[in-house]
Design a protein around this ligand. Structure first.
Ligand code: NAD
Ligand code: UDP
Length: 339
């Protein structure tokens, strides 16, 4: 263990502690806190880490998450569920923190935008404080939204973005950007062992049916025989990553050496227009729904596609392995059973 975790290293970068605060690992088993663990991505991460034998504490205020997302884990001896809001401090002894707490869909993060910024910023401060105190590693679920409506395509990590600071999406975009700043400053100033991943559009089972994001909207509309609502003319693009691929990337990132902080993009570089997504979902569901066009929301990015070369290089050749068609079929199956 480093004598003084905040001492400057020979490279002039402030170094980080090399191991967590003296907790002993039993057969590599760690105690892991997942904020936002009852949400869509968080629930898959809980499942994965419990299956690996780790002790998982799932913390959530259930704003957009649900206990039913972690239903299968409740009662498991390695799993604890805690109702808590990350805008207030939380004290626990853990080896790792995955900080996911934050509504992710535009409808939900714009519902109470001030709270969204508080969740990102105060949540980051509280969780970084915790990580600092117990010398835990901490991973931030950041987002491709930090690139805003990007002027560079595809987006590499060294692109600084094109974000409107006063628009409807700003509570989320700027909240996440400020959280990244806090993560880097806790690393440089206090030697906290941080990791930042920038997540691009991710989909899969346990998205909420009323989430408002495009994949869940189109599937739910197709299954219900309702109109499939394309915002704008449908020529805007996104790249869709299946949740299992993301979780694999997040776990690999957490396990990188301490000098790897990120940010690292995690996303699927295959790019689709919303029009082609709507047609594919119509085909896969066999739906007779009509495709209709609605006004484009303000500040809706025109194009988005990750450059994942850094993730490939740093995360043991990580790359998404689930084709869109396969991931959509699994997601359609989930909604078919739960709607
Ligand atoms: P989600 O809304 O399903 O999950 C967010 C979880 O955080 C929910 O369970 C919610 O109840 C919880 N939460 C919200 N505010 C909280 C608070 N103040 N205190 C405690 N818990 C709180 O969304 P998701 O898609 O699973 O996203 C998880 C994380 O990944 C978010 O931080 C999001 O910004 C990030 N992300 C997701 C995507 C995506 O495409 N799904 C893309 C980029 C980034
Ligand atoms: N979108 C759409 N119809 C919907 C929901 C979303 O055409 O019912 C569009 C939306 O305008 C955006 C894209 O799909 O251009 C992705 O939207 P989402 O909210 O899923 O994610 P984000 O905009 O944050 O990437």
């Amino acid at each position: 263990m480093t004598e003084n975790p905040t001492a400057p290293t020979t490279t002039g970068v402030y170094g980080a502690a090399e191991s967590s605060g003296g907790r002993s690992y039993r057969n590599g088993m760690k105690r892991i806190l997942i904020t936002g663990g009852a949400g869509f991505i968080g629930s898959h991460l809980c499942e994965r880490l419990v299956a690996e034998g780790h002790d998982v504490i799932c913390l959530d205020n259930y704003f957009t998450g649900r206990k039913t997302n972690v239903r299968e884990l409740i009662g498991h001896h390695n799993f604890e569920l805690v109702r808590h809001d990350v805008t207030t401090p939380y004290f626990v002894e853990v080896d790792e923190v995955y900080n996911l707490a934050c509504p992710a869909s535009p409808i939900h993060y714009q519902y109470n935008p001030i709270k969204t910024t508080k969740t990102s910023v105060m949540g980051a401060i509280n969780m970084l404080g915790l990580a600092k105190r117990v010398k835990a590693r901490i991973l931030q679920a950041s987002t491709s939204e930090v690139y805003g409506d990007p002027a560079v395509h595809p987006q590499p990590e060294d692109y600084w973005g094109n974000v409107n600071p006063i628009g409807l999406r700003s509570c989320y975009d700027e909240g996440k950007r400020c959280a990244e700043t806090l993560f880097m400053d806790y690393y440089r100033q206090n030697g906290v062992r941080i990791k930042i991943v920038r997540i691009f559009n991710t989909y899969g089972p346990r998205m909420s049916a009323n989430d408002g994001r495009v994949v869940s909207n189109f599937i739910v509309q197709a299954l219900r025989g309702e109109d499939i609502t394309i915002y704008g003319d449908g020529s805007q693009t996104r790249s869709f990553q299946y949740v299992d691929d993301l979780v694999e990337g997040m776990v690999r990132m957490m396990n990188t050496p301490d000098d790897i902080t990120g940010p690292v993009n995690l996303g699927n570089p295959d790019e689709f227009t919303m029009l082609s997504l709507a047609s594919l979902i119509k085909e896969l569901t066999g739906s007779s729904s009509e495709i209709v066009f609605r006004p484009l929301p303000a500040d809706d990015p025109r194009q988005r596609k990750p450059d994942i070369s850094l993730a490939h290089e740093l995360l043991d050749q990580w790359q998404p392995v689930t084709p869109l068609r396969e991931g959509l079929l699994k997601t359609i199956d989930y909604f078919d059973k739960t709607l």
